[in-house]
Every structure is written in structure tokens, then in C-alpha cells.
Design a protein around this ligand. Structure first.
Ligand SMILES: [Zn+2]
Ligand SMILES: [Zn+2]
Length: 137
């Protein structure tokens, strides 16, 4: 089985994921804009049990545009955002794909919160866009 590895910018927090991604998405919600300092987050979702942290991530509780709460994990040393743990789906973890050692494995399937997207933030026009959360989420 493939083990996906990654970590923060300074190397204080590393992780290993022993599972294939369940899905991938871009999110243009305002929380993701602030989180990334950019127009959207790029997230791969994995089973939370498959992720093993090496080093200690800091977490804080925040509220997404959907109103759902998530614990965002980041490196306290360098500030890199690493993952989000949705409170209502404890079996899932969303990993910020830029922190993977090989981000090229990312396969985005949908743009969420496209209604909050910025005009200058152009994403693949072939992807389905939804105004809010992924339907059924
Ligand atoms: Zn770091
Ligand atoms: Zn978002």
C-alpha cells in the first residue's frame, strides 16, 4: 500500500497516511481564504485513523462558512496549516495538499463554496461548482 507522507514548512510536524484519498476538493469559503492566505484551500480527504502525526500539531476550533465546526491542525513553529478535522465527521480528516511531499497526487473533483470565490481565483472550469458544501455532506 502507498504511504503518503508530508509535513509543515519547518519540519517540526510530519505525518504519514496509510490509505488512499477518499476524495479531493477545492474550497473557496472565507475561512479557507483566511486559512491559506489565498483564494481557496486544496484538500484531500482521508480516513482519520490512517493519519499518524510525527511531532505535535497545534489545533484550534473554528467555524466554517457552513456553520460546521472543525479542528484545524497547524504547526505552532512555522504556522503551516496541515489538516482539518470536521467535528461532525470524526472518521474523516481533510489534509491541505500543499503539505504533502508529493502534492501531484491530488485529484480535485469539485469546487465548494464557489459562491464565496473571488473573481481573480480561477480554478479548472471543467469542475462542478457548488454554492456551499458538497451535496450530501
Ligand atoms: Zn513547522
Ligand atoms: Zn472552506
Amino acid at each position: 500500500m502507498t504511504i503518503y507522507t508530508g509535513g509543515c514548512a519547518c519540519g517540526a510536524v510530519r505525518y504519514e497516511i496509510a490509505a488512499e484519498p477518499i476524495r479531493g476538493f477545492y474550497c473557496q469559503c472565507r475561512d479557507c481564504q483566511r486559512d491559506t492566505g489565498s483564494g481557496h484551500s486544496a484538500v484531500a480527504v482521508f480516513p482519520s485513523a490512517s493519519l499518524r502525526l510525527i511531532g505535535e500539531a497545534s489545533e484550534n476550533l473554528r467555524t466554517a462558512d457552513s456553520g460546521a465546526q472543525k479542528r484545524k491542525g497547524f504547526c505552532a513553529e512555522c504556522g503551516s496549516p496541515l489538516y482539518n478535522k470536521p467535528q461532525n465527521k470524526p472518521d474523516m480528516i481533510g489534509v491541505f495538499v500543499g503539505t504533502l511531499d508529493d502534492p501531484s497526487i491530488f485529484k480535485p473533483q469539485i469546487v465548494m463554496f464557489a459562491s464565496h470565490g473571488q473573481k481573480w481565483d480561477h480554478l479548472d472550469p471543467a469542475l462542478p461548482r457548488v454554492a456551499g458544501m458538497r451535496p450530501g455532506a
